[in-house]
Design a protein around this ligand. Structure first.
Ligand code: BES
Ligand code: ZN
Ligand code: ZN
Length: 477
């Protein structure tokens, strides 16, 4: 999609709330709307009045001005793209006026985001690709810095697309080594220092938990550290840590086929960590940020970790692996400890498709957020309300911390007797490895991947919560 100067022959598209009759309506259009009761401005409503002898106009309803939601303009931009597509338009003049208490810059950026949301397709594996007709969009707003605002959100959506493409890629093509290589390719023109550690180097660093999870697979593990330090190496960084299970069969605690078939998406945390860093670096946000992921494939073989094994970790704590399907917390244990001990982190945020229990608790639209630093999380929750990427806090309770102790090792990766509050249990386990640093854990098992499209989010990978992380970190500077 290209953003261009006004297109003479293309239709004009306007967003309108209810009960608003703008002065650009011609008598002809007014009569048409009145006679046909064709448009009232309701949310999700639209009017396409294009062709010869018409005003060549499309209207998209926003609903009541006082009821506009944080992402109303994203929805409207998405509708605009779909209407253009349905009407086979190659160009569109889109006017963005901010209504209600939506800031004009947000209205503009959200609209552009909506266009990108509408345009996303994962079709690299399809022989016949769907044609994307809409090539040129002219955006009209009253904003002087319109171009810079469009560019910023285009970079952000490039990052969201990258996260989605990583997650949608099947595990036969995207495994730890190829995942790391794709990240190197993505960042090749940016001033980000990336180091990929291979299996031997992971061993040398003492990451025994990561190795234990990966050893059942023919595809060796990788550990990736990407540093974007515009403030200089001596300044502290916000460190993003991701779970990078390129496939989670469950291991010996094998998943049923029904739950296994989407487990190529179990590296969504890692994808969102690097994609957020990409958006920040591409927009040259002045904040030190480090993105880290541990990548492995959880498989079954004669060499795989067994239910009941006791393994080590980089921190030195021993872990009883009661359940090989609770593998995410094992690889995160080493990645979090690395973030806390080897990086000058002022805050650590991890993202992981960690527990089915998060889906049971909050469904597919809401990320579960847990923390050891309430103030840190309050800031992130406020940002998530503005981006429309829902998050809800769950507590980490002393009682559940107690349950993570094993009788025969320092920690139990999954309790044999305590079978409730799985998301909290996992967070209490992870907390052990952050060495008291300010930390947020985001369990994205629900929102990372969709079995069917939902609103402007597509089937498959969503890229949630890249937008929130980007805006949150940008606000810190
Ligand atoms: N990757 C899964 C969690 C998951 C489930 C993500 C559904 C996305 C959709 C994770 O590794 C897992 O299997 N967790 C277990 C933990 C249990 C064995 C303690 C779970 O949630 O059942
Ligand atoms: Zn698992
Ligand atoms: Zn998993």
């Amino acid at each position: 999609m290209n953003f261009v100067k006004k297109l003479d022959s293309a239709p004009s598209l306007y967003f309108l709330p209810e009960n608003k009759e703008p002065d650009f309506f011609s008598e002809d259009l007014k009569n048409y709307i009145f006679k046909e009761r064709a448009f009232e401005g309701k949310a999700k409503e639209s009017l396409v009045y294009i062709g010869p002898k018409t005003d060549n106009i499309i209207l998209v309803g926003l609903g009541k001005e006082e009821d506009l939601e944080a992402d109303t303009y994203v929805q409207a931009g998405y509708r605009a793209y779909k209407l253009a597509q349905e009407n086979k338009l190659e160009g569109l003049n889109l006017s963005v006026e901010a209504f209600g208490d939506i800031h004009p810059a947000k209205a503009l950026q959200d609209t552009v985001e909506g266009l990108y949301q509408g345009a996303y397709h994962f079709d690299s594996y399809l022989k016949e690709k769907k044609e994307r007709r809409l090539k040129e969009v002219h955006i009209h707003s009253e904003l002087e810095d319109q171009e810079a605002l469009i560019q910023e959100v285009s970079h952000l959506m490039e990052a969201v697309y990258a996260a989605r493409d990583f997650v949608n890629a099947p595990a036969n093509d995207l495994y730890p080594e190829s995942f790391a290589q794709r990240v190197l390719d993505l960042f090749k023109d940016l001033d980000v220092d990336i180091r990929v550690y291979d299996e031997k180097e992971v061993k040398d660093m003492g990451m025994e938990a990561l190795l234990a999870v990966g050893k059942g697979s023919d595809r060796p593990v990788r550990f990736l550290v990407a540093k974007y330090l515009p403030l200089g190496e001596d300044q502290e960084a916000i460190t993003l840590v991701g779970k990078g299970m390129t496939y989670d069969s469950g291991g010996y605690a094998l998943k049923p086929a029904r739950s296994m078939d989407t487990m190529k998406s179990d590296m969504a945390g890692a994808a969102t960590a690097v994609a957020s860093l990409y958006a920040l670096a591409k927009n040259q946000v002045q904040e030190n940020v480090v993105a880290i992921f541990a990548a492995a494939e959880n498989m079954v073989s004669g060499g795989a970790v067994r239910n009941g094994d006791i393994i080590g970790s980089m921190k030195g704590s021993t872990i009883e692996v009661n359940n090989t399907d609770a593998e995410g917390r094992l690889i995160l244990a080493d990645a979090l400890y690395y973030a806390a001990s080897q990086v000058n982190s002022k805050a650590i945020i991890d993202m992981a498709t960690l527990t089915g229990a998060a889906i049971a608790a909050l469904g597919y639209d809401i990320t579960a957020a847990l923390t050891n630093d309430q103030e840190l999380l309050d800031g992130l929750l406020a940002t998530s309300r503005a981006t429309g990427e829902g998050m809800w806090q769950l507590p980490i309770t002393p009682g559940i911390r107690e349950k993570t102790k094993s009788k025969v090792a320092d920690l139990d990766n999954s309790s044999r007797t305590y079978r409730v509050a799985g998301t909290i249990y996992a967070a209490a386990f992870l907390e052990h490895f952050v060495e008291g640093k300010p930390w947020i854990h985001l369990d994205i098992a629900g929102p990372a991947y969709k079995d069917s499209p939902s609103g402007y989010l597509p089937y498959g990978a969503t890229g949630v919560p890249v937008k929130t992380l980007y805006h949150y970190i940008k606000k810190q500077k």
